[in-house]
Design a protein around this ligand. Structure first.
Ligand code: GRF
Length: 355
C-alpha cells in the first residue's frame, strides 16, 4: 500500500520487537476512522496513554463498504492514514483488507489491544478474543464520547439534505405489518422510505417482502439459541446496520427478540413496537390466547415506544377489537392484524412529523 503514511505489518512487527527489547509497549487499535471527530481524538489519546507507541489498523476501502454501506468510506484509506498520522497520539497506521482484524493482530502481536466502549470483551468476536488470549495480549476497552460517531455525523448531514425520513423495520415473521407500511408509502399516505429490513430469522417472510420491494433485506445472526435474546455482538451488528442505513425511526413488527442497551440509547424514543393486546394487559408471548383464556370481551392492538421492559414503553395508540363468540386465536389474531395494518402506518407518520 504505497503511501508515506501507511506502514506494512512487517515494519510494525520489527518496531514492536525493538520496543519489547527496551521494555516499552506497543498499543494496537483498529477501526474505520473515516471523518474524524472529537470522539476519535479522545479515544486515541487515551489509547496512547496506555503505552509508548500507538498503531492504528484501518479497514481497507472495500471492507468499509461491506461493513458500513456503499457510500462509505468518505475518505480513502490513504487519506484516512494521512489524517491519522497528523494526530499527536498516532505513531503508525497500517491498512488491513479483511473484515476482521485477526490477521493484523497476529502479525503485529501488540502488547495492548484496545477497542471502543461500544464493545465489551464479550462482543469481540470469538476468533479475535481467542487469538488475543492465545498471544497473551492485554485487552483494554476504552470509553467513547456519547453521541459522537461518524455514522451520526453522516446522518446529520444527510438529514438536512433528504426530504423523506428513513425508517428500518425489524421482524421475525411473515411481515404483514411491513407490507402494510410499504403499501402506505407507495400510496403516499406515509412520507418515509424503508431503508432496511432486518430479521433474526434468515427465512422469514418479512425479508422476502423487502426484497420484492427492492429494499435491503439483511438477516442478523442473533448469536444465541436462547429465545428472545440477542448477544452483545448481535446488538452491535443491528446498531451498525441501522446507523449505516441512516434511519430516524426503528419499527419493530413482530420482532421476537428483546432490544436492549446500548441500542435503546442510540435511538432514544425512536424505537416503536406493535403488540396484539390492549397493554398493559397480556404483554409478552401468546397475547391473543391469554385474552381468550381470560374471557375478555375485547382485545386489540397497542403501538408503543420501546423501553428496557417487555411491552412496557409509553403507549402511543390503541385500537379496540371486540371478541366474538366462537373466536379462536387465529380468527382474533386476523382481526387484530387488520387494525394493526391500518394504525401502524398512521402512528409512524405522526412520529416522523415530531422533531
Ligand atoms: C403482529 O401481530 C404484532 O402485533 C406482533 O407480531 C405480529 C407480527 O406479524 N408483535 P407480521 O409479521 O407483521 O405479519
Amino acid at each position: 500500500m504505497p503511501n508515506g503514511f501507511i506502514s506494512s505489518s512487517e515494519e510494525i512487527r520489527e518496531l514492536r520487537d525493538s520496543l519489547d527489547a527496551q521494555g516499552r509497549k506497543l498499543i494496537l487499535t483498529n477501526g474505520v476512522f473515516d471523518l474524524l471527530h472529537v470522539g476519535h481524538v479522545r479515544y486515541l489519546n487515551e489509547a496512547k496513554s496506555l503505552g509508548d507507541c500507538l498503531v492504528v489498523a484501518i479497514n481497507a476501502d472495500e471492507s468499509v463498504r461491506e461493513l458500513k454501506g456503499p457510500n462509505r468510506p468518505v475518505y480513502s484509506a490513504e487519506e484516512r492514514a494521512e489524517i491519522l498520522c497528523a494526530l499527536e497520539a498516532v505513531d503508525r497506521v497500517v491498512v488491513f483488507s479483511e473484515r476482521r482484524a485477526s490477521r493484523v493482530i497476529e502479525a503485529i502481536h501488540p502488547h495492548i489491544y484496545t477497542k471502543g466502549g461500544d464493545y465489551t470483551p464479550d462482543s469481540l468476536i470469538d476468533e479475535e478474543k481467542q487469538l488475543l488470549d492465545r498471544l497473551g495480549v492485554e485487552i483494554r476497552i476504552l470509553s467513547l464520547v456519547a453521541g459522537k460517531s461518524t455514522s451520526a455525523t453522516v446522518s446529520k448531514m444527510e438529514a438536512t439534505e433528504s426530504e423523506v425520513p428513513k425508517i428500518a423495520i425489524l421482524g421475525s415473521g411473515k411481515g404483514s405489518n411491513a407490507s402494510a407500511i410499504i403499501e402506505a408509502i407507495e400510496d403516499e399516505k406515509l412520507a418515509a422510505e424503508v431503508a432496511v429490513v432486518l430479521s433474526d430469522e434468515p427465512d422469514a417472510g418479512i425479508l422476502e417482502i423487502a426484497r420484492q420491494s427492492g429494499i435491503a433485506a439483511i438477516p442478523i445472526d442473533p448469536g444465541t439459541e436462547k429465545a428472545g435474546q440477542l448477544t452483545d455482538a448481535a446488538i452491535k451488528e443491528i446498531q451498525d446496520r441501522l446507523e449505516a442505513a441512516n434511519v430516524e425511526l426503528v419499527v419493530l413488527a413482530g420482532f421476537m427478540r428483546i432490544i436492549r442497551e446500548p441500542l435503546l440509547s442510540a435511538f432514544p424514543e425512536r424505537i416503536v413496537n406493535i403488540h396484539p393486546s390492549l397493554l398493559p394487559k397480556f404483554p409478552g408471548l401468546q397475547a391473543c390466547q391469554k385474552a381468550l383464556d381470560a374471557g375478555e370481551m375485547e382485545s386489540g392492538c397497542t403501538i408503543h415506544l420501546v423501553d428496557a421492559g417487555v411491552d412496557t414503553g409509553k403507549i402511543l395508540r390503541q385500537e379496540v377489537v371486540p371478541i366474538q363468540d366462537g373466536d379462536t386465536v387465529e380468527s382474533l389474531q386476523a382481526r387484530i392484524q387488520m387494525s394493526e395494518h391500518q394504525a401502524y402506518p398512521e402512528v409512524i407518520a405522526e412520529l416522523l412529523l415530531r422533531d
